[in-house]
Design a protein around this ligand. Structure first.
Ligand SMILES: NC(=O)c1ccc[n+]([C@@H]2O[C@H](COP(=O)([O-])OP(=O)(O)OC[C@H]3O[C@@H](n4cnc5c(N)ncnc54)[C@H](O)[C@@H]3O)[C@@H](O)[C@H]2O)c1
Length: 329
């Protein structure tokens, strides 16, 4: 019988793509989400609708902050692996609401780990973030880099704490765990707060694009299908392990793009010449993210495929409401 995967944050941007992919691969999928109000519930319900009726999918509305008991009450089927994507995401908003980020990302993760221990669920894939590297000077970022005094935002600190907590459960209870650091994921259904989505809306409205700093900050933008391919490979890797493991792995693109280059590319994809409005840098932002993906290549056979122009084309097609070709089919 196929394995059962519990996906937390299943109604979100990456979580919804992951559910589609896992269902396509033959897994049973239980999705949980609390429809956090970071962006509209209707957007998340629309994400969920795409696969909600699949015979191997079931959805449970539950809030991780309500503790292990709430999870035990709602999740009654045996689970083989948890893909933990639920979180309060985003660097800027975390500066304004640090306690809220800690409640979901750290306390919520602790409750999930306790539930896993009680239910004897031995496999965990965790969505961590490139933000844990902060302004680490050595480029590209390697998994073995020291993470002491690295986090420069509450969001980054919460993800680093998540990785450490998971290590603790690996150490105490022989959890098999993979913490994957995602690098600025974009594509259809992207969160509305993220740069590409925001820029496309502003361009369409004929408004200027705010450029925080001088425009030379850079991000290792990764297309969502490539990230999801890495997650699917990470899940298969964990399920194949006999002995406890704890691994950190970068799922980036190994190709940083500067903010000015990004704006130009989004302008081309949308078909509008961008007007720029320079602003002071935002608190908590880092200079550059740049993934060393050697470990992911060796361990998982991960090799991102999608060029920025093609990924932006698919994003804009989605934004315009045209059916995006079933990419996991
Ligand atoms: N998008 C990126 O560029 C990126 C980069 C690095 C890491 N990540 C991580 O990947 C994961 C998914 O990110 P995303 O961009 O899809 O974000 P998202 O906000 O679209 O998805 C997160 C989902 O988690 C749910 N959630 C939040 N709090 C919850 C709670 N207490 N209980 C249950 N569900 C809860 C939300 O309702 C949402 O549907 C997050 O852990 C994020 O930190 C994302």
């Amino acid at each position: 019988m196929s394995s059962t995967i519990l996906v937390t944050g299943c109604a979100g941007f990456i979580g919804s793509h992951l559910c589609e992919r896992l269902l396509h691969d033959g897994y049973r999928v239980i999705g949980i989400d609390n429809f956090d109000d970071f962006y509209p519930r209707a957007t998340k319900e629309a994400n969920l609708e795409i696969f909600a009726k699949h015979p191997r999918f079931s959805f449970i509305e539950v809030d991780l902050r309500n503790g292990a008991r709430a999870l035990a009450e709602h999740v009654t089927e045996p689970v083989d692996l948890v893909a933990h994507l639920a979180a309060k995401a985003g660097v800027g908003p975390s500066v304004k609401d640090p306690a809220g980020y800690m409640e979901t990302n750290v306390l919520g993760t602790t409750h999930l780990l306790e539930w896993m221990r009680q239910q004897e669920v031995h496999n965990l894939f965790f969505a961590s973030s490139s933000s844990v590297y902060g302004n680490t000077p050595e480029l590209p970022f390697e998994e073995e880099a020291s993470m002491l005094k690295a986090a420069v935002s509450p969001y980054a600190a919460s993800k680093l704490a998540g990785e450490e907590l998971i290590y603790t459960y690996h150490h105490l209870y022989q959890l098999k765990a993979l913490c994957a650091r995602f690098f600025t994921v974009y594509g259809p259904r992207q969160r509305p707060d993220l740069a590409i989505h925001k820029f496309a809306r502003l361009l369409r409205a004929g408004q200027p694009i705010p450029v925080f700093g001088d425009g030379h900050t850079a991000r290792d933008y990764t297309f969502v299908d490539d990230t999801v391919e890495g997650i699917a490979r990470g899940i298969a890797y964990l399920l194949a392990q006999e002995a406890p493991v704890y691994e950190l792995v970068n799922l980036g693109n190994h190709h940083p793009v500067s903010l000015l280059e990004l704006i130009e590319a989004v302008g081309k994809a949308v078909g509008v010449e961008p007007q720029l409005s320079f602003q002071v840098p935002q608190a908590g932002d880092v200079e550059i993210t740049y993934a060393d993906i050697t470990k992911a290549q060796h361990m998982l056979g991960y090799a991102p495929q999608t060029k920025l122009a093609e990924g932006l084309r698919q994003f804009v097609q989605w934004l315009d409401g045209a059916p995006v070709q079933a990419h996991h089919a």
